[in-house]
Design a protein around this ligand. Structure first.
Ligand code: GAR
Length: 201
């Protein structure tokens, strides 16, 4: 199974996937890592691991649709079975989603449908929930919507800050993403769902 990983930030979850592949505990190929801006930590981590990288800079495209098309082509060039958004903080459009139907995975640091968006950890903390967590899902055109594949709960501890809580969530998020990829790879080895079927439905 081939994946392309999209990142916008430090890529610590990507690093966990790279480490699992290198350790032989996750039998997939990371075909490439792409970013929506130059100079991300995620692209640096991939390059250090010898993984092909690409950057499709959102800010250098006048129209969002032009950027979406350029991103779609850059990803498709690596012929992935799945595309993984790992801290990729841009919404893709139907052009992208139609090219990878039910094949675009996303991770989110909250128990969706609670606390979607760019500040899932901060929003959960501000609301005062006692339990939050992480979600892996099939992404659609909405903000952190789409069919949920897996979730893990994480307790909010007294004195937690956004940083301490996010770090504990990320430990679970990495395991959840790797476990989900392992299941999808096993499914693909066994013949896999047709690309127009909903994975996990
Ligand atoms: C992860 O916690 C991911 O779930 C979150 O960004 C972090 C990226 O961390 N994504 C979202 O909030 C998407 N709505 P990383 O760059 O260190 O892997």
């Amino acid at each position: 199974m081939r994946i392309v990983v999209l990142v916008s930030g430090t890529g610590s979850n990507l690093q966990a996937v790279i480490d699992a592949v290198l350790a032989g505990s996750l039998d997939i190929t990371i075909a490439a890592v792409g970013a929506d801006r130059p100079g991300t930590g995620g692209v640096r981590r991939a390059a250090d691991a010898g993984i092909p990288t690409f950057e499709v800079d959102f800010r250098s495209h006048a129209e969002r649709s032009d950027w979406n098309r350029a991103l779609t082509e850059a990803v498709a060039a690596h012929e992935p079975d799945y595309v993984v958004s790992s801290g990729f903080m841009r919404i893709v459009d139907e052009h992208f989603l139609d090219r990878f139907p039910n094949r675009y995975l996303n991770t989110h640091p909250a128990l969706l449908p609670s606390f979607p968006g760019a500040h899932g950890v901060r929003d959960a903390l501000a609301y005062g929930v006692k339990v939050t967590g992480c979600t892996v899902m099939i992404a659609d055109a909405g903000v952190d919507t789409g069919p949920i594949l897996a979730q893990t709960a994480v307790p909010v501890l007294p004195g937690d800050t956004e940083e301490t809580l996010h770090e504990r969530i990320k430990v679970e998020e990495r395991a959840l993403l790797i476990g989900t990829l392992r299941s999808l790879a096993a499914e693909a080895d066994a013949g896999g769902p047709a690309s127009d079927e909903t994975v996990g439905a």
